[in-house]
Design a protein around this ligand. Sequence first.
Ligand SMILES: Cc1ncc(C[n+]2csc(CCOP(=O)(O)OP(=O)(O)O)c2C)c(N)n1
Length: 625
Amino acid sequence: MSILDKINSPQDLRELSSLELETLSSEIRDFLVRKVSKTGGHLGPNLGVVELTLAIHRTFDSPRDPILWDTGHQTYVHKIVTGRASSFETLRQDGGLSGYPSRQESVHDVIENSHASTALSYADGIAKAFELNGESDRHVVAVVGDGALTGGMTWEAINNIADSNNRSLVIIVNDNERSYSPTIGGLANQLATLRTTRAYEEFLGWGKSVLAKTPLIGPTMYDALHGLKKGFKDMIAPQGLFEDLGLKYIGPVDGHNIADLEFALSRARDFGGPVIVHAITEKGRGYGPAETDEADRFHAVGIVDPDTGKPVNVTGTSWTSVFSGALVELSDKREDIVAITAAMLGPTGLESFKAKFPMRTFDVGIAEQHAITSAVGMAHAGLHPVVAIYSTFLNRAIDQVIMDAALHKAGITVVLDRAGVTGDDGASHNGMWDLALLQIVPGIEVFAPRDSQALRDALDYSVSVCDHPTVIRFPKGAVPIDIPKLKSVGNSDIIFDSGATRIAIVSVGAMAASAIEAAQELSKQSIAVQVIDLVKVSSFDEVLIDHLASFDLVVSIEDGIVTGGVGQNLAHQVVAANNSINFVTLGVAKEFLRHATRKTLLAEMGLDSAGIAESVKKAIHTSVI
Ligand SMILES: Cc1ncc(C[n+]2csc(CCOP(=O)(O)OP(=O)(O)O)c2C)c(N)n1
């Protein structure tokens, strides 16, 4: 029986010797590689926090001491040691383990995060409540990556946490020098300074080994040395930013040495106020293919061969790569085009742009709000910025889109990848809010391309606009083969027409393929339908409205939230033109979706071809056709 087989709760960790802990660490790494290679998931970050997680659970008393993980993707080891190892076959599968913390799964999961940089705010709140409740013997632990530390919310929280107090809040900076790619910016430089200044730590190490062996006076002297005032510490190693803010700083600590970690963490735990413990870890540690992967150290992988780390299923051309190629092509001819990423250069397809135009590429850190407003600044000064982010993270920056970009009529292009239902990553990663949120922004133009040609056209147009913001959104995965236009109606395209009909299906972006399939199926059943791809999904021209108003039944389909979405906005205008029309809006329900594949979820919500055909047939019965 392996040691791992005997671990069912953090309590089981406390009985292990240091040798057993070492063995357990390598067993966990093997386990992670074996399991995650089968399901896909955040392999690299979790390989990097094995020892850190063990040390945390041995030092603190979870769940009495809540442990919060920012961003939440590095909780696999935490899941393993809190009794969930046997469920790892089901990671990110329908009905299985979530890829993020989940309160439904365990009392050890306190928050359900995955949008970065929130943990310190939760921690601040919990610590304040503990204080008011008189629970001064409880500690709050927040583990924050150096990447998550670049997000604005983190600093709003630190500003509050550092306000001198006795609340026991331990911030562990899990510094692996990487977000996906290397973390950039002034803060990353600050961490690098702390990381490389080891003199202080070595001095303390000497104190620990020599003085601790000196009976009676030794330990006391060591404590005294350790508690020396900031001025002296700064002479040996600059504590810089953190201590200037009023936070005790411990570190840097080797994040793969459990004894050192426990030493630092127990000091932090017993300090009686907010403390930062700076742990140095290696993303992807112990797994060759991850350690040597320059791009992102296997930050997130699909299904891979565990021996080589190579993807098992290679899908077709992705939406991301179509965007990537088109942007480089346009930017060859236009020197004013610049690209902005919020710490996701690779996943948003900007790597090739950066390779060609390094000076025109800006990685702003996990800072979507700043990305938008900074882009507006660039537009003001004559550039055309293209901000590439995931749809779900636009939620963070919606105020900036409204007040900074739209109100200022700024010529910026926002490109939303992973739009619509993404599925496996669960509730928070679905890009299902963008369409509804953008409906309310004055003067913005939003495009939802149905195929690669439409994406190229939308980008071509968007970078030519200099007096208002434009947005282009597309889903995760492979682009379908191009779907030709039969005829235009205003800005929109008729993409299927089975002859004279009183029924129209209006489709948004990537739903076009399913809409056409549904129409083909309906035609076979002698129900004639016209399918119209809106192309532009923000404001609708009169030609389109008049055209749609001429039908008896219109069914709209989008993979965004139906409430306040494209369909409802369109219906409002079409019904105003013809109040006897039956306009049915199909879209994602206003609920947080469980994790499952995009295909499963869309089918369940009636948003696949069968569901659309079914809705059309049902609506025929209630329409005057
Ligand atoms: C608001 C937001 N923007 C972008 C992301 C995408 N994202 C997930 S993890 C990550 C990098 C995190 O780096 P770090 O905090 O250092 O953790 P590590 O993976 O290195 O352990 C990013 C950018 C996110 N989760 N949330």
